[in-house]
Write a protein that binds this ligand. Structure first.
Ligand code: NI
Ligand code: MN
Length: 226
């Protein structure tokens, strides 16, 4: 599986011959100004919650690519009003098999509204099983006890965790999360985009290393094999 980072919490996962995009926020992100959004292809777009820094490019990308959007029921209703009809709604604890593998929607401790203020349901994360691997995409969340359940039941091989603090958990809590998740390979997200979430990357890598984990911080526009 190949994971490409487009900044903030936006990743493209290429697995099982499918392009699976997470939380598209590219064109407003100065750090991602070198990314050509028109070159991004998606078969699926997973949306953790409705905040602008996760959905700014959602409607345009969904319309251009025709991707199936996977999101909460409430975001599905909002997308229908924006003319996006190819949507698969899920809710917490539910799992569904797509042609690339299984997706389970899991709890995230965060708020959830759309850019126009519409209620977006509960904020979520996703546990994906594909190509024999398990990947946990946490979305925006605080450190939560539920991560222990994911560690126990799903045993993720790789976890994408927010580490920027202020709006989500920070590095120290993300290190604890990695322990709850029983996962040794963490990919950082939701950092550096805005002044309140700027981090010291070397310090972050060091804290994870001390805990026996590897923190990968992918350059925007670059890819990592997971
Ligand atoms: Ni958010
Ligand atoms: Mn966010």
């Amino acid at each position: 599986m190949e994971l490409t980072y487009y900044g903030q919490s936006c990743f493209l996962l290429q697995a099982a011959n499918r392009n699976i995009l997470f939380d598209p926020f590219i064109t407003p992100n100065e750090l991602a100004s070198h990314v050509d959004i028109n070159a991004i292809e998606a078969d699926y777009i997973l949306v953790s919650h409705g905040h602008q820094d996760h959905t700014a490019d959602l409607i345009a990308l969904a319309k251009r690519t025709g991707a199936l959007v996977i999101c909460s029921f409430e975001i599905m209703l909002w997308l229908a009003k924006q003319g996006v009809e190819n949507v698969h709604a899920m809710n917490l604890g539910g799992q569904y098999s797509f042609d690339f593998g299984k997706v389970k929607m899991v709890y995230a401790a965060h708020s959830n509204s759309l850019p126009d203020g519409t209620y977006g349901g509960t904020a979520a994360g996703f546990v994906l099983q594909c190509e024999g691997k398990t990947l946990y995409y946490a979305g925006d969340t605080a450190l939560i006890q539920e991560m222990k359940l994911i560690g126990e039941l799903a045993r993720p091989d790789v976890c994408l965790l927010p580490i920027g603090d202020n709006f989500t958990m920070g590095v120290e809590d993300a290190v604890i999360a990695a322990g709850y998740l029983r996962c040794k390979h963490i990919i950082g997200m939701h950092y550096d985009t805005f002044p309140p979430i700027k981090i010291d990357k070397d310090r972050a890598r060091g804290l994870f290393k001390k805990a026996g984990c590897e923190l990968s911080l992918i350059d925007i526009g670059s890819s990592l094999t997971v």
